[in-house]
Design a protein. Structure first.
Length: 648
C-alpha cells in the first residue's frame, strides 16, 4: 500500500492528467481502485499533502523552465510509472480474490460441524500487509473482524474462585431392573437377600424403575506453594430416610458418597482424608483418589467378588514412576452371622436419634475398639497393573460368663462367682473380649490388546474380612461361651473388558464369595442333647427351606379383620450362606461423547446363585437320627438397563 501511495503522489507532482481511452483496461481500473483505497486510508492528511504538493509543483516548474527536459522524456517516465501501477493493481486484485475465497472457506468451516467430538475451532483473523498476507489465530477479535462467524454458547468447563478451580460433574440416569425372583430392592442388588424357595417373595418377579443413581460431583483444585490441593464431593439419591417411599411423591434423600480432601507434593508424597474408596479398591495407576478402576456395571452394588468399601479413611502414600506404597486407617464395623448362641454378649449399640445415628437401623452400630489398618503396594512396570493389599481388623464384644448356659435354674459347671436367685443372668465376671483378624488381596490387570482388551484377575482372602467384598458375607459369629469367632472368607473375580471402538464398551465378569463353616456345639445338661452354635453348623434345621409360608395366620372371625401383610419366609430354614456366585455380561454404547458431555445407554444381564451350608432335618437329637441333608439354593436372573447423560 505504501508503494501505491508513492505512485499517486508522483503522478500528482508531474500532473499526469487523465488516462487515455485506450488505457481504460483492467490494470487501469485496478490502479484506480488501489489509488482510491490508499487515499481513503490516508484520509484528510493525504489530501492536505496533495494540495501542498500541487503548490510546490507550480513553483518548481517556474524555477526549472530553462532546465526542463524534452516532453518525450517525461512521457517515457510517466508510462513506466503507469505500467508499475498496472502491475501493482493486478497483484492487489489477485490478493483480494484469494482473501474472499479464504473468508468463504472459514465461514463454511464454522457453519458445519465436521465432528461432534472435535473441540471448538479457535477463532482466526486475517492480516494483510503490503503484498504479504498472513493468517494466525487470535485470542480476541472485534465484531468487524469476526464478520459472519457464528456465535457459540460454549462456556468454561471450570469456574475460577479466589485461585481455586471449581469443576462440576456427574450424570443423570434413567435405569430399570427386572428380576425373576423379587428381592424388594432397587437397582442395587442385595446379594445375600436373594430369597430361598421358602420365602414367598421369591415366587414372584419384580420390575423397578429408578433415577436414584443420578450423581452430582464437585471438584476443587488449587496450588499452595509446590503442592496441589484437591477437594472432592460426590452424592446421589441411593439413600433412605424414615419417610422415604416410592409412592406418589416418590422421594428419596440425597446422600453423601464421597467427601474428602487431599494434598500432593512434587516429590510424590500424598495425603488424603475424608469419606473415600478403600485402599482395597483397585486403582488404575498408583495410589491416589479418583484413580479407582470400577467395574462397568449398571448395578451400584457392583459384582460379587469385587473388593471395595466406601467409608472414612485417612491415608499416606508415596508414588514413584512405576511403584506406589500407601498406609491407611479406615472406618471399622462388625458384620455378624450364625445362630444358636446364648445371647450372653453384645457388640452393637442401637442408633441414638439425638446423636444423629439412625435409630431405626436394627443392625445397630458397632462399639469399635480401633480402626481398620490397611497397606497397599502397586506396580506399573510398563505392561499391566498389579496390586497387593493387606487388611488388619479388630473385633470386640462384652461377654457375661454366667449366661453361658441357657438354663433357668442353677446348674453345675458355672463359675463360682455366678450367685443369686438366677445365677445365669448375673453380670458378675463380665469382661470385654477382643479378636484380631485380617487378610490379603491380589489384583492384576493385563492389557492383552493395548487400549482394546483388558483381562483382570482378583483374589482376596482372610479371617473377618467378608465386609470388604460386594456380597457382604459375615465377619464373625459367636462361640457357645459368647466370645466372638472369626469367619474365614474368600472372594475372587475374573473380568474381561473389550473396547472395540471409542463408542462401545463390552464387559463380562464372573465372581464368587465364600464363607467357611465356623461351627461349635455344647451339650444341654437338662436332656443331654447336642446343640449346634456358630455359622453353618450341620446341626442347624433346614427342613423348611423349600416350603412356602402362608402370608398371615388364618383367623376365626368372619368377615376377616385386618389388611393384607407382606410375604412370610415359611418353614424353618437356617440357610447360612456357603457361597454366592454371579456371572454378568453387558455393554455400553456412547451415542455422543464430546465437549457437550456424554450420552450413553447400556444393558446388563446377570445370573446369581446363592448356596447355603447343608443342615439337618431335625436338631438337638442325641444319639442323632438319620440325617437328611438339607442344602438350600436360590437362583435369580436379572436384566438392568441404563440411559445416562454425563455433565461435561
Amino acid at each position: 500500500m505504501g508503494r501505491t501511495l508513492s505512485i499517486a503522489i508522483i503522478c500528482a507532482l508531474f500532473a499526469c492528467g487523465p488516462l487515455r481511452a485506450d488505457d481504460s483496461n483492467t490494470g487501469d481500473a485496478g490502479a484506480k481502485a488501489a489509488t482510491a483505497t490508499a487515499t481513503e486510508k490516508t484520509a484528510s492528511g493525504t489530501a492536505t499533502k496533495a494540495e501542498t504538493a500541487k503548490t510546490g509543483v507550480a513553483k518548481t516548474e517556474a524555477a526549472k523552465t530553462d532546465a526542463a527536459k524534452p516532453a518525450t522524456d517525461y512521457r517515457e517516465e510517466i508510462e513506466e510509472l503507469r505500467q508499475l501501477m498496472r502491475e501493482q493493481a493486478q497483484q492487489l486484485g489477485e490478493q483480494q480474490k484469494q482473501l474472499e475465497l479464504l473468508r468463504e472457506q472459514l465461514s463454511a468451516t464454522h457453519k458445519s460441524e465436521i465432528s461432534e467430538s472435535a473441540p471448538a475451532a479457535e477463532p482466526t483473523a486475517v492480516h494483510v500487509t503490503g503484498t504479504d498476507m498472513a493468517i494466525r489465530p487470535e485470542a480476541k477479535t472485534t465484531e468487524a473482524a469476526q464478520g459472519d462467524k457464528p456465535k457459540t454458547d460454549d462456556g468454561p468447563s471450570s469456574i475460577k474462585y479466589k485461585g481455586i478451580t471449581i469443576t462440576p460433574g456427574g450424570f443423570i440416569e434413567a435405569a430399570t431392573v427386572s428380576r425373576t425372583r423379587a428381592t424388594g430392592s432397587d437397582i442395587n442388588t442385595a446379594f445375600t437377600g436373594d430369597p430361598y424357595p421358602n420365602n414367598a417373595i421369591g415366587k414372584v418377579s419384580e420390575t423397578n424403575f429408578s433415577a436414584r443413581q443420578s450423581r452430582l460431583t464437585l471438584l476443587l483444585e488449587t496450588k499452595i506453594g509446590s503442592s496441589k490441593v484437591t477437594g472432592y464431593y460426590e452424592g446421589d439419591f441411593l439413600g433412605t430416610g424414615v419417610t422415604s417411599n416410592n409412592r406418589q411423591s416418590n422421594s428419596y434423600v440425597f446422600r453423601q458418597r464421597q467427601l474428602w480432601a487431599s494434598v500432593k507434593w512434587d516429590s510424590g508424597l500424598y495425603l488424603a482424608g475424608g469419606q473415600m474408596w478403600s485402599l482395597v479398591t483397585e486403582s488404575k495407576k498408583g495410589i491416589e483418589n479418583r484413580q479407582e478402576a470400577f467395574p462397568l456395571q449398571i448395578d451400584p452394588q457392583y459384582i460379587v467378588g469385587w473388593a471395595w468399601q466406601r467409608a472414612y479413611g485417612f491415608r499416606v502414600a508415596k508414588n514413584w514412576d512405576k511403584f506406589g506404597f500407601g498406609l491407611g486407617i479406615e472406618g471399622p464395623q462388625t458384620t455378624f452371622g450364625g445362630r444358636g448362641s446364648n445371647n450372653n454378649f453384645f457388640f452393637n449399640t442401637p442408633g441414638a436419634g439425638g446423636g444423629l445415628y439412625n435409630f431405626v437401623d436394627t443392625a445397630g452400630y458397632t462399639a469399635n475398639k480401633a480402626p481398620d489398618f490397611l497397606v497397599k503396594m502397586t506396580a506399573d512396570p510398563g505392561w499391566g497393573h498389579y496390586e497387593v493389599v493387606g487388611i488388619l481388623s479388630t473385633f470386640r464384644d462384652r461377654v457375661y460368663p454366667c449366661g453361658a448356659q441357657p438354663l433357668l435354674t442353677p446348674a453345675t459347671g458355672l463359675p463360682a462367682f455366678c450367685t443369686g436367685t438366677n445365677p445365669n443372668v448375673s453380670v458378675a465376671g463380665a469382661f470385654n473380649d477382643t479378636k484380631v483378624g485380617g487378610g490379603v488381596g491380589f489384583t492384576a490387570r493385563l492389557p492383552v490388546i493395548a487400549k482394546k482388551l483388558d483381562l483382570v484377575g482378583h483374589f482376596q482372602g482372610g479371617d473377618g474380612i467378608g465386609r470388604y467384598s460386594s456380597a457382604q458375607l459375615a465377619d464373625v459369629t459367636a462361640r457357645p461361651d459368647g466370645k466372638l469367632s472369626l469367619i474365614r472368607s474368600a472372594a475372587w473375580l475374573g473380568s474381561l473388558e473389550w473396547h472395540p471402538n471409542p463408542k462401545f464398551d463390552v464387559y463380562a465378569y464372573g465372581g464368587g464369595e465364600y464363607a467357611a463353616r465356623t461351627a461349635y456345639t455344647f451339650v444341654n445338661p437338662t436332656n443331654g442333647n447336642t446343640v449346634g452354635v456358630g455359622y453353618g453348623s450341620p446341626l442347624f434345621n433346614n427342613s423348611g427351606c423349600n416350603t412356602e409360608g402362608f402370608p398371615t395366620t388364618p383367623g376365626t372371625a368372619f368377615p376377616p379383620t385386618g389388611t393384607p401383610t407382606g410375604p412370610t419366609s415359611g418353614g424353618t430354614c437356617a440357610g447360612d450362606i456357603h457361597q454366592i456366585v454371579e456371572g454378568t455380561l453387558g455393554f455400553w454404547h456412547k451415542l455422543y461423547n464430546g465437549p457437550k458431555g456424554r450420552l450413553q445407554w447400556g444393558i446388563q444381564y446377570s445370573y446369581l446363585e446363592k448356596l447355603g451350608w447343608s443342615g439337618n432335618a431335625t436338631t438337638g437329637i442325641v444319639p442323632p437320627a438319620t440325617i437328611v441333608s438339607q442344602r438350600p439354593k436360590a437362583i435369580d436372573n436379572m436384566v438392568l438397563t441404563s440411559f445416562r447423560y454425563y455433565i461435561p
